[in-house]
Unconditional design. Structure first.
Length: 141
């Protein structure tokens, strides 16, 4: 005997968030040309060794990050175009394309700003965006 399928179950779930929310404001972002085993400077953790590339829509160099004494998957290295994306783009867009949690993006923003508190971080990042040295270092045009 088969169970009747409710009509609501047959309907497709709405896409959340809508695809329009995944559009870049300041993109596109080019994957940096680095080799596995090379050392690069992560803006949050300092110098790290590239151990592979993430399996995200934007394939990005990553390193193994230790959390609570154990290794987890590859964490995208916060450098080059990813810094520009964190500063310029909406958190949901960065979370989607780099496959990280929104909380991670908040930690990245605080690390880039060098301060705590949402208003302070917002102001510090706005001031950094205006600095010519910051713009040159992270590929602004």
């Amino acid at each position: 005997m088969t169970m009747p399928v409710r009509k609501a179950a047959k309907q497709a779930a709405p896409i959340f968030p809508p695809l329009a929310e995944f559009k870049f404001e300041a993109g596109p972002y080019v994957v940096p040309k680095v080799k596995i085993g090379s050392t690069v400077h992560d803006e949050r953790f300092g110098d790290v060794v590239v151990e592979g590339f993430t399996e995200a829509p934007i394939v990005w160099p990553g390193f193994r990050c230790k959390r609570m004494g154990r290794h987890v998957g590859l964490m995208p290295i916060l450098f080059d175009g990813l810094v520009r994306a964190v500063v310029e783009e909406n958190e949901i867009v960065v979370a989607h394309y780099w496959r990280v949690a929104r909380n991670t993006i908040s930690l990245w923003k605080r690390a880039l700003a060098g301060c705590e508190g949402s208003n302070a971080v917002y102001m510090a990042l706005a001031l950094k965006r205006a600095e010519p040295a910051f713009r040159k270092k992270f590929g602004y045009k």
